[in-house]
Ligand binder design. Structure first.
Ligand SMILES: [Zn+2]
Length: 178
């Protein structure tokens, strides 16, 4: 959200739109859980090719193309934001504890299938059930609540600062245009 807020023009879309865009694109790599749900093992394909820079780039180009079909303009800024939002997920996963095998994310897929993880772990892991039935029951555990709260503590200040900066920019913009 901080990334979206700061990269948007002075007169940005509503906060709800920013939140919705951030929510969708920053979480898009985890769409791979859906593939796992189909075979009854939600984690089966998790942290695979959707967690790569090529995936982020592909979605950004697809976004640019769809927007171009709609508005006939090449929207570089919002497409870059899409790339940034998806990449922000990769950054967080790169710095997150991973107890699965293989550990880390295949950042450079399809050029390399090697999985990468940061030498320093900043974020806790998220517990999930291994079957479809257990997945959500385990998801709402106290372990995951602590993970959620710790991430809010880490990222909350960035969101607050970005809002403060943009509000100042908007105020200045409004004062100058009066
Ligand atoms: Zn992920």
């Amino acid at each position: 959200m901080a990334l979206a807020r700061l990269s948007l023009p002075t007169n940005p879309p509503s906060m709800a739109w920013i939140a919705l865009y951030s929510l969708i694109f920053a979480n898009l790599p985890d769409v791979d859980y859906l593939f796992g749900f189909i075979v009854g093992r939600p984690n089966a394909f998790h942290r695979d090719w959707t967690h790569s820079l090529v995936f982020a780039l592909g979605i950004a180009v697809l976004f640019m193309w769809i927007r171009f079909l709609k508005s006939s303009t090449v929207e570089i800024r919002s497409s870059l934001l899409v790339f940034g939002l998806i990449s922000s997920h990769l950054v967080v996963d790169y710095f997150a504890l991973d107890m699965s095998d293989p550990v880390g994310i295949p950042l450079f897929w399809p050029f390399s299938s090697e999985h990468y993880i940061a030498p320093i772990i900043l974020f806790r892991d998220v517990h999930k059930g291994v079957t479809n039935a257990a997945f959500f029951r385990v998801l709402f555990s106290s372990h995951n609540l602590i993970t959620l709260l710790s991430e809010l503590m880490i990222f909350g200040p960035f969101v607050a600062i970005s809002y403060w900066i943009l509000n100042r920019k908007t105020q200045r913009f409004n004062a100058e245009s009066k």
